[in-house]
Ligand binder design. Structure first.
Ligand code: SF4
Ligand code: SF4
Length: 465
């Protein structure tokens, strides 16, 4: 089967239950953002630019768990910011699993190996030695890590364990050069690959999560799928990038780039995703066949933003993961108070000009899953896709030149810091180009864009990685 039976059955049961009860609107996946602090500053990320990245501004564990219970989505995607920075991430993951939900940890991959070493320490016994030897041989852990793991774990804290109900969902936007350029730091792609290898060796489920921008070379995306398929990852999410207001302003002010050079229009998206159905056959692409056809320009759809609600420190974010017109205290209050007819694109006409170019996964994939625009044969296509054989790992993918060079460029963190600190750079104006000073947030009064605390945090955490 392409997707694990237990997970598919859980999602299907949820939809059938609500269809029988004629529930007009219900949640399929909760996007839970316990904090917006991140150790990276990816180009195009609206989150760290719209919201406060101060570590003081985070949801309590109780609030996170209550939100998952309140909307009752069978799947919770823990995102952020970087969720592995959340101080109670282990308790959060385990708490959601105990509620009987599927968990995706959407991570930039930089702290995954640290979390997995903690798991190994927590279960250490001499029986683990062959696994440690394997990890050592592949240079995924060091001798020093081994010694630490052998000492066991005595802090009484939980760990993140492999589970058929849990996925690491690693952010990868291309091969080494492209990915490091987008995340604005060298070495991130390499770390992600090592984390993915280690996770697969230990027995975790791993998916990748890719955003496609105007500059994205789709041949490279295909090679990226081939490469990660050779590492036996369990699936891929792919979505066109969206022009967040906050990301747009950041691009102009910090990187001196024009958003229209970076984000996709609908026409461009359709051109870029022309091969998505073929990829769906070759690789385990998450998503409905309807959404794939929509991306390929073969059908129209209207988004279903209430099915993938976002909960963060300010409340339930409306109308969707991308746009912010308000925050509500409860999921059901949001369902009642938001005029959902104001949003989306119907028959090619945008109800809200901000929706015009949006085709994102979190808005449109649930429309397919809920059969909102069902055409003849759709159910059969979905059954065939979900229950068909899982694509085999593409062994030739190991020959892909994935490590095609570390990138450094405008907007790149290392170069930015060097530029800011260099007197010569000051003279030629580079300070202005690379400065990441506070700027007004676009989506509300909460975000400050001040990254100083994040940089301190980064330096602190780096020592532990
Ligand atoms: S990893 Fe990148 S995209 Fe994710 S929250 Fe951090 S800055 Fe944003
Ligand atoms: S089309 Fe839907 S998902 Fe996209 S921005 Fe508009 S409301 Fe949000």
């Amino acid at each position: 089967m392409r997707f694990p039976l237990a997970l598919t059955a859980k999602m299907a049961r949820h939809v059938i239950k609500h269809k029988l009860a004629r529930t007009p609107k219900f949640a399929m996946v909760l996007q839970l953002e316990p904090l917006h602090t991140c150790n990276l500053t990816c180009t195009g990320c609206g989150r760290i630019r719209e919201y406060s990245t101060n570590l003081k501004d985070m949801m309590s564990l109780e609030d996170c768990l209550a939100s998952a219970a309140e909307c009752d989505a069978p799947m919770v995607s823990i995102c952020g910011g970087e969720p592995l920075i959340y101080p109670k991430i282990e308790e959060l993951v385990n708490g959601i699993l105990e509620q009987g939900r599927i968990v995706y940890i959407c991570t930039n991959g930089m702290f995954m190996r640290k979390k997995m070493r903690e798991y190994l320490a927590g279960i250490y016994s001499p029986a683990l030695e062959p696994k440690l030897a394997e990890l050592l041989a592949q240079k995924l852990i060091t001798d020093k890590d081994c010694e630490t793991i052998r000492k066991g774990k005595n802090d009484g804290r939980a760990t993140i364990k492999p589970s058929k109900w849990m996925y690491w969902n690693v952010h990868i936007d291309g091969l080494e050069y492209t990915h490091d350029l987008i995340v604005e730091r060298e070495g991130v792609f390499k770390e992600c690959v090592e984390a993915v290898k280690m996770a697969k060796l230990i027995g975790y489920q791993v998916a990748t999560n890719t955003t496609v921008y105007k500059e994205t070379d789709m041949k490279e995306v295909e090679q990226m799928f081939e490469y990660f398929s050779s590492l036996e990852v369990d699936g891929h999410t792919i979505s066109p990038g969206y022009e967040y207001d906050a990301a747009k302003k950041d691009m102009v002010k910090r990187l001196n780039k024009q958003p229209e050079d970076f984000f996709l229009t609908r026409k461009m998206t359709r051109e870029k995703f022309a091969k998505i159905e073929e990829w769906g056959e070759r690789f385990t692409i998450f998503g409905t066949t309807q959404y794939q056809e929509f991306l390929a320009g073969k059908r129209e759809m209207t988004c279903t933003p209430w099915a993938i609600p976002t909960r963060n420190i300010r409340g339930w974010k409306a109308p969707c993961y991308l746009m912010t017109d308000g925050h509500y205290a409860g999921y059901h209050e949001m369902l009642e108070k938001v005029d959902w007819n104001k949003y989306g694109v119907v028959n090619g006409i945008a109800r809200d000009p901000r929706c015009e170019n949006c085709m994102v996964h979190c808005g449109y994939d649930p429309s397919g899953a809920l059969g909102r625009h069902n055409q003849r044969g759709d159910n059969w296509k979905n059954i065939k896709y979900n229950f068909g054989p899982k694509p085999k790992p593409y062994r030739e993918g190991s020959k892909v030149n994935a490590f095609n060079g570390v990138s450094i460029g405008k907007g790149h963190l290392a170069e930015a810091k060097a530029a800011i600190n260099s007197p010569r750079a000051a003279m030629n104006g580079a300070q202005a180009a690379f400065s990441r000073k506070e700027e007004p947030a676009s989506g509300g009064s909460c975000g400050t864009g001040d990254t100083s605390q994040r940089d301190d945090l980064l330096a602190k955490i780096k020592k532990d990685v």
